[in-house]
Design a protein around this ligand. Structure first.
Ligand code: F6P
Length: 323
């Protein structure tokens, strides 16, 4: 192993830069050359490569986004696209690659490594925290804190006006941001794709609880809860309870940006170093994860199955506290 590539792919997540920095410096410390691949798989296809020296990753640990930029590439989904990408890696003398991203990025890496002679090791980075085999993905904690900051502000105005706010947070397939964000903000109802029974809670809250006991209401909904998300739920609530004052707030991409939290930086750093160690150890097609505080290696084909389990205790706690 002499030269490795590193790139970020799919949706960005705060802490990706800390991972790029750790991979680059750990590789240099082990006498490897490092190449940054810009704009994800699309940049790989186009040979958009830059050499990375230690100084190039200086001053980025605290930055949100990704200095290597990112993309979702349709061309890479074709065999011809992956062949082009492989030829570019060959031309640049890259022997192995660290991919920082989520399930789509790892699926692409797995496919390419089965077709061509190239090793990939993955670092999980997605604000959704839905990868199987790791307790933690880079960016989740920062996004969760952004949700909490935003919803605290919404609560102020909700209380002033005695309004119900339906707040939509990201999570195409996963409700973790909604669940933990909802707990942290004292949401009255939490709607997540993993537990359809929560819609009964919404009904119960609207039928009984709201006017008697609360001065405001936050209904936290994960975007993947049902098609139409917060807007559709608001329509339904207005139809069934025309007397209630309902507003919608979709937090959107504000959740994807911002300076990473301390934990996101520390974990990104640990995983970056572990990814280089794994490549030096001849590993391929594995994701670095953190399980019970310890670094683990999870085969790509397991990691991409996604984690659809949630902590049912948290839902019970939320219901109990909203009496
Ligand atoms: O995969 C992470 C995620 O934040 C999802 O929760 C969300 O649906 C998606 O990215 C939106 O991504 P984009 O707008 O970049 O396509």
């Amino acid at each position: 192993l002499q030269k490795i590539g590193v790139f970020t792919s799919g949706g960005d997540a705060p802490g990706m830069n800390a991972a790029i920095r750790a991979v680059t410096r750990a590789a240099i410390a082990n006498k490897l050359k490092v190449v940054g691949i810009r704009r994800g798989y699309q940049g790989m296809i186009e040979g958009d490569f830059i050499p990375l020296r230690s100084a190039d990753v200086s001053g980025i640990i605290q930055l949100g986004g990704t200095v290597l930029r990112t993309a979702r590439s349709n061309e890479f989904r074709t065999f011809e696209g992956r062949q082009k990408a492989w030829l570019q890696l060959q031309k640049a003398g890259i022997d192995a690659v660290v991919v920082i991203g989520g399930d789509g990025s790892f699926t692409g890496a797995l496919t390419m490594s089965q077709e061509f002679n190239i090793s990939f090791v993955g670092i999980p980075a997605t604000i959704d925290n839905d990868m199987y085999g790791t307790d933690y993905t880079i960016g989740y904690e920062t996004a969760l804190n952004s949700v909490v900051c935003a919803v605290d502000k919404i609560r102020d105005t909700a209380v002033s006006h005695g309004r119900i706010f339906i707040v939509e947070v990201m999570g195409r397939e996963a409700g973790l941001l909604a669940l933990n964000g909802g707990i942290a903000c004292g949401a009255e109802v939490i709607l997540i794709p993993e537990s359809k029974e929560q819609h009964d809670e919404l009904k119960r809250f609207l039928d009984k609880g709201y006017r008697h006991k609360e001065r405001s209401g936050i209904i936290m909904v994960a975007e993947g809860d049902e098609p139409g998300g917060a807007l559709k739920i608001a329509e339904q609530v207005r139809r069934e309870h025309p007397d209630l004052d309902v507003r919608v707030s979709i937090l959107g991409h504000i959740q994807r940006g911002g300076s990473p939290t301390a934990n996101d930086r520390v974990n990104a750093t640990r995983m970056g170093v572990a990814a280089v160690d794994a490549l030096l150890d001849d590993q391929k097609s594995i994701m670095i994860g953190i399980d019970d505080g310890k670094i683990v290696q999870v085969p790509f084909n397991k990691a991409v199955k996604l984690n659809h389990s949630i902590d049912g205790d948290l839902l019970d706690i939320q219901r109990m506290l909203n009496i």
